[in-house]
Design a protein around this ligand. Sequence first.
Ligand code: ZN
Length: 190
Amino acid sequence: MKFCSECAHPVALRIPPDDNRQRFVCEQCGVIHYQNPKMVIGSIPVWDQAGDTRVLLCRRAIEPRLGYWTLPAGFMENDETTGDAARRETEEEAGARIDLHGLFSMMNVPHVHQVHMFYRATLLDLDFAAGVESLEVALFNEASIPWDEIAFPTVGETLKCFFSDMRKVREGASFGFHAQDIFKPIWRPD
Ligand code: ZN
């Protein structure tokens, strides 16, 4: 941040009185510009046919990680709920309509100032299509997922947890909730 969004005066980085970390402070109007993590919300859109569980992934048409595969997800907007955000991002990036189920994963990514959350979801039909931010969208089962070409660690971890839970669900268990902290800048499959 270079300029105050209130008065356009240049801001300075310093620790305000009674605070303990550096903030962008306007030297002219005194406003302290707090910066906090952003929420990235997505879905795990599932199509299950005769026990073959497939998940819809999008190949990114934009940076970062252009050409890599991701679950449909994006920044939450003001005035919407996390559920609204998951449905909207799935529609925008994958042209897909879903029924939303439980919250499945929550991943802290402190080094990029983000929290990622993914909901389980069911595809309502197979009329999906790549949105402007996707090169293509396709269904993958666990064996066909391009594990080496996953865009983000949070997506890879969420997919690993999902297929692991799926095996337990087939034996009568319920899906879990998976909270993780991801510090590594680059994620690799095991
Ligand atoms: Zn100002």
